[in-house]
Write a protein that binds this ligand. Structure first.
Ligand SMILES: Cc1ncc(C[n+]2csc(CCOP(=O)(O)OP(=O)(O)O)c2C)c(N)n1
Ligand SMILES: [Mg+2]
Length: 657
């Protein structure tokens, strides 16, 4: 007699026993399930039902069975040649979550490539792998490559790719995919294949390709690297056919690897640079606004030179560390209000730099207002104008500007500085000097106000974000430190209080505001800092860490030290405020759950013991720290641990903002 349910009986019973589901499920229950559950359930109680049907035999075997022994394959594996190509590009690490669609190149990287250049770093999530590459680049200035399982892996990676795209950071994404429908294994490998995996990320990558021969691969990978590394930088994707990786090279096939030669960054047109210099040199009150302007230490130096030549105030929007926080020309965003000329350098959002948007205006419609005087002239140098695509709206609102240079700001600054010096009329020099004196005074007054604001509620518990910042600062100030990430919203005290002068002391944010960036990017940046002998500090919010906390394990496993101090406000506080704002706007009270905040926004009850979470993954950790007096001594201990090479996390309970 034919078996009714051709599934392994024992494992199905185990499966059902493991799936204890309360309530009534609408799924159809197989007969064996009701037998297995009713036996141990009183007659009156509703039968327990599984939340999902057991896997089919085919799926179970594909996922769990030992692969059959394969015949030995002669010749040189195609994926060995791929490793040769990768090695010419000087890629140090390969953070990745393993998968069969790239098993051949994985094997070649280890056995043929010796797991060096690149070294495989085991990741628990594809989003973590891309996030690590993102953070790494902003310290090292070199991209990493990641391998991901073509469909499902790339789906997981997608948000991190979008962040890298918005933040103008190169990442080389290689996705395994089995294209040949006639030869690929049935079952899972076929479910995990697609005609075109790159379509998943095409709208937010600079370029992608699907090589169909080894020579094509060599050309594509070098081209992808070159495109990713041409400012404006960005992620690129290569779909890597499983068959091409696995098959041996054809007999007598002559292959070559194209040489990678870096592209020089695009510079502003000479005429436009001159016009910009003329406007700036003759301005009464020029203001420079920088977002992702400084790609390197040299970018910071150049911006200081330009600002000093003009004695122009500088607003650093923080997409990168552009301008020293200790410089007397540094000003807050409101400084645009007095400007007659504004120079925007690699701004994500020029519109919002010169306009304000008031969320809860009349009739639920936002109100636009100008932040600047109507006659203010606007100059923009922004390489992102060379990178626009249609679908995703990272290009922001349209802003008309008077001089528009689609060019790399750092590369254009030397010419602009020279042009400005040449354009300053002799009779304006005294006025420009005077501007500098006024700026020194304003800077000193502002510092005083900031210190006073930081002292408010100094002894409060939960701990204020200002106090936490200063307690950290006290213990890192004599080290070669790098603030690798600040997750959570509005934690800006380090920028207001810490002297930041070197370009690696602040790396900028996620770019796309996709939460879950902070933890993996901090690990990637800490990896680059480890190799450079620097001390990494990460201010880690609770919501951000919970997206993919497995990256903590990767940090411990690969000995990547960092000091993570948690901005644990026990909630998605940004969203608390959004719900409150809407309730106020509608003359209603935000609906409170059993916890403090509006329903759906708090992360309490149970309170997550992040210190235990980190400890379970190999970190040194302490918490919860609620008493501000305890914070200093605990940070001291943690700093010593990090210096010894182990990552350390402090679970600090903070004020919401
Ligand atoms: C992937 C993603 N999901 C949701 C959001 C919406 N969002 C913006 S801020 C925020 C709260 C994040 O919580 P946490 O990191 O603890 O920061 P806090 O607001 O508490 O400072 C959320 C959920 C987002 N930006 N990205
Ligand atoms: Mg939070």
């Amino acid at each position: 007699m034919a078996r009714k349910h051709p599934r392994p009986e024992v494992s199905r019973r185990k499966f059902l026993a493991g799936v204890a589901v309360a309530g009534t499920a609408s799924a159809v229950m197989p007969p064996a399930a009701s037998a297995a559950t009713t036996a141990s359930t009183p007659a009156s109680a509703p039968p327990r039902r599984p939340s999902a049907l057991p896997p089919t035999m085919q799926v179970a075997v594909a996922e769990t069975a030992t692969p059959k022994e394969l015949p030995r394959i002669g010749g040189v594996p195609g994926s060995d040649f791929m490793v040769d190509v990768i090695k010419t590009l000087d890629i140090k690490y390969l953070p990745s979550n393993p998968a069969s669609s790239f098993r051949a190149i994985h094997e070649s990287l280890i056995n043929y490539g010796g797991n060096k250049m690149p070294e495989f770093l085991t990741c628990a999530h594809e989003e973590s792998a891309v996030g690590m590459a993102h953070g790494y680049f902003k310290v090292a200035g070199k991209p990493l490559m990641t391998l991901c399982h073509g469909t499902v892996g790339l789906q997981h990676a997608a948000m991190a790719v979008y962040n890298a795209w918005c933040d103008r950071v190169p990442v080389i994404i290689v996705g395994g995919n089995d294209l040949d429908a006639a030869h690929r294994p049935p079952g899972v490998p076929t479910i995990h294949s697609a005609q075109d995996i790159n379509a998943l990320v095409r709208d937010f990558t600079k370029w992608d390709d699907t090589p169909v021969s080894l020579q094509h691969f060599a050309q594509s990978l070098v081209r992808a690297y070159k495109i990713a590394m041409t400012p404006p930088y960005g992620p690129v994707a290569i779909s890597l056919d499983a068959g091409l990786q696995q098959e041996p090279m054809r007999n007598g096939e002559k292959l070559y690897i194209p040489r990678y030669v870096p592209t020089s960054p695009p510079q502003g047109d000479t005429g436009a640079v001159k016009e910009a210099a003329r406007l700036l040199a003759n301005a009464q009150n020029p203001v420079i606004v920088a977002d992702r302007a400084a790609r390197s230490e040299n970018g910071v130096r150049l911006l200081v030179q330009l600002a000093e030549a003009l004695q122009a105030q500088v607003i650093d929007q923080g997409g990168r560390m552009n301008f020293p926080s200790t410089h007397y020309l540094r000003r807050p965003p409101t400084a645009v209000g007095n400007a007659d000329v504004i120079l925007g350098l690699e701004l994500t959002d020029f519109w919002a730099t010169v306009n304000a948007y008031i969320d809860n205006g009349e009739h639920g419609v936002g109100i636009n207002t100008s932040r600047i005087k109507p006659e203010t002239k606007l100059i923009s140098i922004n390489a992102s104008e060379l990178l626009t695509k249609a679908n995703y709206q990272d290009f922001q609102r349209f802003q008309s500007v008077d001089v528009s240079m689609p060019a790399d700001a750092e590369a254009t600054l030397p010419a602009l500085i020279e042009a400005v010096k040449a354009a300053i009329p002799a009779d304006r020099k005294a006025a420009i000097e005077k501007r500098g004196e006024a700026a020194r005074k304003a800077y000193a007054e502002q510092r005083e106000r900031t210190k006073q604001a930081a002292a408010l509620a100094w002894d409060a518990s939960p701990i204020t974000t200002a106090r936490m910042s200063m307690e950290i600062w006290a213990h890192i100030k004599d080290l070669d430190w790098s603030l690798v990430s600040v997750s959570g919203v509005g934690f800006n005290w380090p920028h207001r209080l810490w002297p930041m002068e070197k370009h690696y002391q602040w790396l900028g944010g996620s770019g796309g505001y996709g939460v879950g960036y902070g933890a993996p990017a901090s690990v990637g940046a800490a990896l680059a800092n480890r190799d450079l002998g620097r001390f990494s500090v990460n201010i880690q919010s609770d919501g951000d860490l919970m997206y993919a906390p497995g990256v903590l394990w990767t940090a411990a496993r690969h000995k990547i030290p960092q000091l993570a101090v948690m901005f644990n406000n026990r909630g998605y506080h940004q969203e608390v405020m959004h719900v409150q704002r809407l309730s106020n706007f509608r003359n209603r009270v935000a609906n409170l759950g059993n916890d403090m905040g509006p329903i759906g926004t708090s992360i309490e009850n149970p309170d997550i013991e992040y210190h235990k979470l980190a400890e379970s993954m190999g970190w040194w950790a302490k918490g919860p720290i609620k008493d501000p007096a305890q914070l200093g001594p605990t940070i001291k201990e943690a700093v010593a641990v990090v210096k010894s090479g182990q990552p350390a996390l402090l679970n600090v309970w903070t004020q919401p903002r």
